[in-house]
Write a protein that binds this ligand. Sequence first.
Ligand code: PMP
Length: 297
Amino acid sequence: MSVIPFDDRDGLLWYDGKLVPWREAKTHVLTHGLHYASCVFEGERLYSGRIYKLKEHTARLFQSAEILGMKIPFSEDEINNACIEAARAQGIVDGYVRPVVFRGSEMMAVAAQNTKIHVAIAVWQWPSYFDPKQKLAGIRLAISEWRRPAPDTAPTKAKAAGLYEIATLSKHAAERDGYADSLMYDYRGYVAEATGANIFFVKDGQLHTPLPDCFLDGLTRRSVMALARARQMQVIERHIEPNEMAEFSECFLTGTAAEVTPVSEIGPYRFTPGNISEILMHDYAEDVQRPVSAVTI
Ligand code: PMP
């Protein structure tokens, strides 16, 4: 399947306060964000014309920027409205929303206090193909050689571009070996997350998920925990050792893009997507379609 390059599309995107023609939303090659990864972003999904958990995503964008020492020159309300404006301008009802914040080209060295902070928001078509049968077959994950870094090694709470370097390397290695994605351990050797999604396991009807103390505490992760608790399921957040994976019956990933995606295999470990994955896939698919989400996170 050929993909239309992302810089060669029709329509408009929001850039530094106004809608601009998509192909003209350019930045210079000497942009600090490109050279030094002074860049944070969000990934949001538009379902039936509404952006799911928009305010929470915008709040996280501001937190990520603050962690990287960048002051976004707009308010959270202005960014919320800009996301909606960018979606409307493209006439998209089921799609993906990508806000990105980065340092400009006024300075080109490690120190960059006087760079302009740019904000862009692009929206593109991305319908949610919900075929529970196909999803319940589960995806196969490799185990990455890269580890999620310690919180005093990288800004692990931010959704920062720099943290994705090892995610891309992990995903490329997995795809080369025929896997869909890769599971990453953390700096201590505990199970952490996939390259762009959080992970859950099932044992005796209870959910177990790694404590997000050195990786993104995903908004989908939190929604799914709330949905599970609403069904009286017990959810246990804790450190998980790799060899414990032998004792779990089901496994699934959560993320804005992944939604709830069952996993059948991680390296030598096998899982059988079942009841609990199916229930939560279904509950999440319902929640994203509600005018107001049923769960607070
Ligand atoms: N971890 C990483 C590394 C991610 O990129 C994502 C996707 N944003 C997630 C977890 C899941 O986060 P969310 O549920 O907020 O999309």
